[in-house]
Design a protein around this ligand. Structure first.
Ligand SMILES: [Zn+2]
Length: 223
C-alpha cells in the first residue's frame, strides 16, 4: 500500500486501484471497491495499544539478551546457551557473514523496528510530530518487511522438538522473554495501520502550521 502524503488516497496493493479513503469510525475499515481487499482499519485506541505493546516488546527483547536461553543435558554433560551465544558461536567459527545476518535478524532489526514505533506513536500521542514523521513511517514499513524474528523463533521451536529426543532441554528465562517479545511485537503490528497513522500525522502537522498560515494571511491582508 502506498500513502499519498497530500491526499487521503491509498493505492490498493492487490489490484493497483487508487481509492479515496474517508474518515473512519473506531473499529471500522475501508475496502477496495474493485477487489475487496482491506485497505485500512481504524483500531480503537490504536496509538495507545501500539505504544504500550512496543514498549513491552522492547523491554522483553532487552531482558532476553541477558539471561540463559536454553540448557541442554546429554549423559550428565550440561550446556547452557544464551541468545547472543547462538550468534557469537558463528563468529568464533569464522562465519562472519552468517553471524552478522543472525545478529541483524535476532536483535538488530527487531530493536530498530520497535524503537521507531515507540518514537513515532509517542510523537503522535504527545502531538509533537515533525516534517520527518511521514519518512519514519515509511521506514517502519520497510523494516517490518525485513523483520524475521518470528521466523527465527519458530525455527527454534522446531529444533527443540527434534533435539528433545536426543537431550534433556530446560527452558531459560531468556527464552520466555523472547517468546513474550514476539507476542507483544505481533500485538503491536496488529494495531498498527500505516494509513491511519499517516492521516494522524498530517492532521497534527496541519494543526501546528495553521496558526502560522493564519498570521501570514493576516499580515498580507494588513499590508
Ligand atoms: Zn483492489
Amino acid at each position: 500500500m502506498h500513502i499519498d502524503s497530500l491526499n487521503n488516497s491509498v493505492i490498493c496493493h492487490q489490484c493497483g486501484l487508487l481509492v479515496d479513503v474517508p474518515l473512519l469510525q473506531d473499529g471500522s475499515s475501508a475496502n477496495c471497491p474493485r477487489c475487496a481487499k482491506v485497505l485500512t482499519k481504524r483500531h480503537r485506541n490504536a496509538t495507545d495499544h501500539v505504544l504500550y505493546f512496543s514498549i513491552s516488546a522492547l523491554l522483553c527483547l532487552l531482558y532476553s539478551v541477558g539471561f540463559g536461553f536454553l540448557e541442554m543435558s546429554v549423559q550428565g554433560q550440561v550446556r547452557q546457551i544464551t541468545l547472543m551465544e547462538s550468534v557469537t558461536t558463528l563468529f568464533s567459527l569464522q562465519e562472519m557473514a552468517l553471524g552478522t545476518l543472525m545478529t541483524v535478524i535476532i536483535v538488530g532489526l527487531p530493536a530498530i523496528y520497535v524503537s521507531l514505533l515507540i518514537y513515532l506513536v509517542g510523537s503522535i500521542k504527545l502531538k509533537r510530530v515533525s516534517r520527518h514523521s511521514i519518512d519514519i513511517l515509511t521506514v517502519v514499513g520497510y523494516v517490518r518487511f525485513w523483520n524475521m524474528c518470528e521466523i527465527f523463533f519458530l525455527g527454534i521451536l522446531v529444533s527443540m522438538v527434534k533435539i528433545a529426543g536426543l537431550a534433556h532441554i530446560e527452558i531459560g528465562e531468556s527464552f520466555w522473554a523472547y517468546a513474550f517479545f514476539n507476542f507483544f511485537l505481533f500485538a503491536a503490528i496488529m494495531h498498527f495501520d500505516k494509513v491511519q497513522l499517516a492521516r494522524a500525522i498530517r492532521e497534527l502537522t496541519w494543526e501546528r502550521e495553521r496558526p502560522r498560515q493564519d498570521s501570514t494571511n493576516e499580515a498580507s491582508r494588513v499590508g
